[in-house]
Design a protein around this ligand. Structure first.
Ligand code: ADP
Ligand code: MG
Length: 475
């Protein structure tokens, strides 16, 4: 007898039936239809998204055991979800349909068991093993509301977040856009909302993703000709959280696809939560139609926390880590690190580490040394534009001259110095430095860095240039 999807599934069912309650079997297994078998993968059709989530949550073990018995260690289960047909006769996701079935595509007859009108759900988050389609929220449970201390600087955003998590999609805060500078808690708050929604509404599909990863997935999907699967995947999410949407600037393809996903979710009463390092008015290279969508809901700013809030954030962190620290030291750190909660935490962590590695007591002096390092290190961030400006000023030329194609020696040198400092002081890649400094390629930048290294060890005058400019860039 040849092995078919049906025969494999029948054997699985026999095993499952023996091992679970009859009622559960009837409810959760009888409605499942075996669809196809390819290599080690059995595809089964389930009636809804909720259904497969339930199976994955409660029966994943027994499914795995029974399927492994039939198909060996590499057994895989692929769910096909029978979606409600919200697209009328439009067929946006027909990619996987074998040609022999195409003629039935237009049929509205949903009783046909092998109704291939229903797409396989392809999950761009590759999750190995049996859990092929389970949508993991990608949430960090440590980023909770409880740990997100309230202060004047975040009260609006925090309470809007709470309102959204009480009624996702059911408030006028849709989308909820949280914006503010680096290290002020945007990512934390975005997770906290997701975590709280999962807690209060476990049936909702929540997904957290950075705009960067979203973009990458989209590019991959286009490459693999899966654009429709990608859109489809995102359209079934109940609560979509996209972090750092400013990353989409200039990426018109991704903006376009996001626009469509956004509209679909919004129209269906799904919640969208976004974060950005800028207010919508200040976002550059984001399409107008997308910006106007961002403004439909609420934009709430995270500001720099005041002293009291900084102290309570530090105390909370110490409390959670079970570390005691004298009050005056906590206050010293909170007084001196003002603009970034991440740095605030970083300073306290290095303080704890220093004192325990070196078996030193935590003193104000140690705190002073560490805070100084922190404050200094963080000033280090200079932009390539700024470097070009400093270098051209130093040689009394303008930036256009520095970038020009000329081979005049002193201009070439200035350009090479700018490239050298860009490499030294920024995290930009060689290619990116080259494109910003007169549209050169990465090899030119590499050559420039080597030349500057050589010259500064052989040429006294040149070494002075390097030292002078270093000083200018360091203040
Ligand atoms: P952003 O995404 O805005 O750059 P993050 O959310 O990554 O900032 O926050 C940086 C760090 O500061 C995280 O460890 C976060 O837990 C912490 N943090 C920020 N705001 C608060 C707050 N109000 N209470 C407690 N921790 C906070
Ligand atoms: Mg962030």
């Amino acid at each position: 007898m040849s092995i078919t999807a049906q025969s494999v599934w029948d054997n699985c069912l026999e095993f499952i039936k023996d091992n679970i309650q009859p009622q559960a079997y009837k409810t959760w297994f009888e409605p499942i239809i075996a669809v196809k078998l390819t290599d080690n993968a059995l595809s089964v059709q389930v009636p809804s998204k909720f259904f497969y989530e339930w199976l994955e949550e409660h029966y994943v073990k027994i499914l795995k055991v029974s399927l492994t018995k039939e198909l060996g260690e590499k057994a895989k289960l692929v769910y096909i979800i029978k979606m409600e047909n919200t697209y009328g006769n439009k067929q946006p996701f027909t990619e996987k349909i074998p040609s022999s079935n195409r003629s039935s595509v237009k049929s509205q007859d949903v009783d046909i068991p092998l109704n291939n009108k229903n797409p396989e759900l392809r999950n761009p988050f590759v999750i190995p093993g049996i859990r092929n389609v389970k949508i993991e929220s990608q949430l960090n449970p440590n980023y909770s509301f409880e740990n997100f201390l309230e202060g004047d600087s975040n009260r609006l955003a925090r309470s809007a977040g709470l309102a959204v998590s009480a009624k996702p999609g059911g408030t006028s805060f849709n989308p909820l856009l949280i914006f503010g500078g680096v290290g002020l808690g945007k990512t934390h708050l975005a997770h906290a909302i997701g975590v709280d929604i999962k807690d209060k509404h476990p049936e909702k599909t929540v997904l957290y993703i950075s705009a960067e990863k979203f973009t990458q997935q989209y590019i991959d999907a286009v490459k693999k000709n899966n654009r429709n699967d990608f859109i489809h995947f995102y359209q079934i999410i109940d609560v979509l959280i996209i972090d750092d949407v400013q990353f989409l600037s200039g990426k018109t393809g991704t903006q376009d696809v996001f626009f469509h996903i956004f509209n679909h979710l919004h129209q269906n009463g799904k919640q969208v939560i976004l974060t950005s390092d800028k207010a919508p008015v200040d976002m550059q290279d984001i399409e107008q139609r997308l910006l106007s969508r961002f403004k439909w809901g609420l934009s709430a700013e995270l500001q720099t926390p005041d002293f009291e809030t900084r102290v309570s954030i530090l105390k909370n962190k110490l409390y959670r880590d079970g570390v005691e620290m004298p009050e005056d030291i906590i206050e010293y750190v909170a007084k001196n690190i003002k603009t970034n909660v991440r740095e605030l935490e970083g300073a306290i962590i290095s303080l704890i580490a220093q004192s325990s590695f070196n078996k030193k007591e935590i003193t104000i002096d140690l705190a002073r040394v560490i805070v100084e390092k922190f404050v200094k290190n963080t000033k280090r961030e200079v932009s390539i534009d700024y470097i070009q400006k400093v270098v051209s000023d130093y040689f009394q030329m303008d930036v256009d001259t520095l970038q020009s194609k000329t081979r005049k020696r002193h201009i070439v040198q200035a350009r090479q110095l700018a490239m050298f400092f860009a490499k030294k002081f920024t995290k930009a890649s060689l290619a990116s430095i080259g494109s910003q400094i007169g549209k050169r390629d990465h090899a030119t930048v590499l050559h420039a860095c080597k030349t500057v290294d050589n010259l500064s060890s052989t040429d006294k005058q040149f070494r002075k240039y390097v030292e002078d400019i270093t000083k200018k860039l360091s203040v």
